[in-house]
Design a protein. Structure first.
Length: 312
């Protein structure tokens, strides 16, 4: 039986114990005894953790599953203590309180971030949990802590999104992207939308592709451009071949500063933009970013013919 199926059963068992107000001495947990692939993750029977003064014991209902868990499983680090229970966030019901805990009581439904949520029970510092808000159930709350905070930090701290602005998120189908779209709308964004993509472009998951790109470009002789090249990872013009190569590699995994790049060119006096290749998504985005600009897509031989005829 696969671990995810077991966890679904174990969660129910934990909640039944919680309802009785008496946590058992042992529990089932998904843990690893060494770093490695998915095969190192197995079900262990382990002691139910004891709470410190600043902790609560939670009967886990839902554990979040993030892409970072695979990295933790593969590379647990030198300080890891085995067996090591995975799971960075989740939700459940409080079944025991540390002597110094205030503001929570047994039976409260909470969610938060910690270690070891892939288990029937987890001990979490009280500063890392909060009550589940009205209208959100335990299943939904299980994925809120890390994904929700990441999305909120992206909207408020990194982007500093203002009311009336437009936000496009590439491939916003995961936890962070889905929540970021909702936070953006809550902040008064004029438009917040997902841009479908075929691969996880411009994020660390593309690091293998970046390495291949670097190897390929090392064999290419790049000359200084005739006109400045605006790098989308810098939002400013570059002219040195070495910097061009560096930015081409960096953009595979780096953040695209598309809006800043378009605004820079518009403010520098650029009025005509052309999207080369299939599709017209970027053409539409340019028109929304730079009101005075004209944007056209050149994606077919006919488009190219019209472009050259106008320029002749």
């Amino acid at each position: 039986m696969r671990v995810p199926a077991l966890l679904a059963v174990l969660v129910i068992a934990g909640l039944r114990a919680a309802a009785a107000g008496d946590a058992p001495d042992t529990m089932l947990a998904a843990a690893i005894d060494r770093g490695g692939g998915p095969d190192v993750l197995s079900v262990h029977r382990l002691p139910v953790p004891k709470v410190n003064a600043d902790q609560v014991l939670i009967a886990v209902h839902t554990a979040g599953v993030g892409v970072w868990e695979a990295s933790i499983r593969q590379h647990p680090g030198d300080r890891a203590r085995f067996p090591m229970i995975l799971g960075s966030d989740g939700a459940g019901t409080v079944v025991a309180l540390g002597s110094g805990v205030r503001g929570f009581k047994v039976g409260d439904e909470v969610y938060g971030a910690s270690d070891a949520f892939y288990a029937e029970y987890v001990a979490v510092r009280v500063e890392n949990i909060t009550h589940i808000p009205q209208g959100v159930d335990l299943t939904e709350a299980g994925a809120l802590a890390i994904s929700g905070l990441s999305a909120l930090q992206g909207i408020d701290d990194a982007l500093q999104l203002k009311a009336g602005e437009t936000l496009i998120i590439h491939g916003a189908v995961g936890g962070v992207g889905t929540l970021a779209i909702q936070f953006a709308k809550l902040r008064g964004a004029k438009r917040a939308m997902m841009l479908s993509v075929s691969a996880p472009f411009h994020c660390p998951l593309m690091q293998p592709a970046a390495e291949v790109m670097a190897e390929a470009l090392a064999k290419v002789s790049v000359k200084p451009p005739i006109v400045p090249l605006v790098a989308n990872v810098l939002a400013r013009p570059i002219t040195e071949p070495a910097e061009i190569v560096s930015c081409l590699v960096e953009q595979v995994t780096g953040t695209v500063r598309w809006r800043e790049s378009i605004l820079f060119m518009a403010q520098a006096g650029v009025t005509d933009f052309y999207e080369i290749g299939a599709g017209k998504v970027l053409t539409g985005l340019i028109k929304r970013i730079a009101d005075a600009a004209t944007a056209s897509a050149i994606g077919t031989p006919e488009d190219l013919g019209r472009f050259t005829a106008v320029r002749a």
